[in-house]
Design a protein around this ligand. Structure first.
Ligand code: FAD
Length: 322
């Protein structure tokens, strides 16, 4: 029972970064409990050699099922059956929407406690204790489990660490076909605008809010990010994502991503608490807002009161001229 099950999301020949962090963390925790980390992967035609590379991140065994990537039903079925076998008490998921969906579904399937947005896990009295920031990240709540426990991380909470482990053994498993077809089918896959950009890895973020006025307003933010070049990207508030002006992949905040770039330039963003919790750890925060009383100025290092339609183009020109 001291082994930990961990889900590894696979897409086009590579494992998702947050999943690799989860494997490494599960391996560390299982080690402290005196057990091993075992990974579950579901994908179309994943080579055994590729599955075995999860050994480098600490998994000693990989359960591999041939099936569709991106559907929760098959993964829940595979993991549920492994739990039914009685060998596991805990499952760990990296941050990301699919982890939330599968983790919650698995918790319901096996009647486990579930903790989401976890930022740290410790072993206390031989049991896992998961820490999760609450109340706008002002306090930490710690969950412990009476029985089985599902731990779902916040994005980037777990460091991707190679453990130097050898290749994992790979065991082929299958899922109940009905868990796929009854729930959903993948009809098509597409890329969202901005989805290819590594928001969390960017060192400069030009973030746009409702002050940009409309979807086309984001051109001003994109021009500035492009002028910075290299490791700069565009981010967004939930208000503009909900309005369909920019993709969810770029959303920062409580229900989006958590970032800590060297420079966070907030243009036309009021500074709501739900946005603040996703960017407050940025090294330097610069805000442009026409309202001198906007809350964002309370936690900015530099505040510019004025119309972003005039300021952003000038900034872009100045950056280009460097
Ligand atoms: P607004 O609050 O409308 O602010 C627009 C700002 O632009 C204003 O301050 C205005 O003065 C300024 N402005 C307007 N025109 C100009 C101009 N020409 N030049 C300069 N400034 C201008 N929000 C998130 O961002 N991320 C989340 O993850 C998130 N999660 C949430 C979860 C929950 C449960 C709830 C209830 C809310 C959540 N929100 C989140 C929403 C949040 O509360 C705010 O509504 C949102 O952040 C506001 O976005 P905004 O700053 O773009 O818009």
């Amino acid at each position: 029972m001291s082994n930990i099950l961990v889900y590894a999301l696979h897409h086009e020949g590579a494992f998702n970064k947050n999943s690799l962090g989860a494997v490494a963390e599960a391996s560390r925790l299982a080690g402290e409990l005196g057990g091993e980390a075992h990974a579950v992967v579901v994908g179309a035609g994943i080579a055994d050699d590729l599955a075995a590379t999860l050994g480098s991140y600490g998994a000693t065994k990989v359960y591999k099922a041939d099936g569709p990537e991106g559907l929760s039903g098959p993964v829940i079925d595979v993991m549920g059956k492994l739990f039914d076998g009685g060998d596991y008490q805990y499952a760990v998921f990296g941050g990301g929407l699919l982890g939330f969906e599968i983790g919650a579904g698995l918790a319901a399937r096996i009647d486990a406690g579930v903790t989401m947005e976890v930022t740290a896990v410790n072993v206390v009295d031989g049991q896992l204790a998961a820490e999760r920031p609450i109340l706008g990240d002002s306090s930490i709540s710690t969950s412990r489990y009476k029985g089985k426990g599902i731990i779902i991380a916040r994005l980037n909470a777990f460091e991707v660490k190679e453990t130097g482990g050898s290749a994992a053994s790979v065991e082929q498993v299958s899922y109940e076909a009905s868990t796929q077809s009854q729930q959903a089918n993948i009809v098509t896959r597409g890329e969202q605008r901005g989805a290819d950009v590594d928001i969390e890895g960017a060192s400069i973020l030009v973030a746009g809010g409702r002050g940009l006025g409309k979807a086309e307003g984001f051109q001003l933010a994109e021009d500035l990010a492009k002028a910075f070049g290299g490791n700069a990207a565009v981010a967004a508030t939930r208000a503009v994502v909900d309005a369909g002006w920019y993709p969810y992949a770029a959303q920062i905040g409580q229900t989006g991503k958590t970032v800590a770039p060297k420079l966070y330039l907030a243009a036309g963003i009021s500074g709501a608490i739900q946005h603040k919790v996703g960017m407050q750890s940025s090294e330097n925060i610069v805000a442009i807002n026409k309202d001198a009383n906007a809350p964002i100025f309370e936690f900015s290092d530099l505040g510019i009161v004025g119309d972003l339609n005039k300021i952003l183009p000038k900034l872009t020109e100045a950056v280009k001229a460097r």
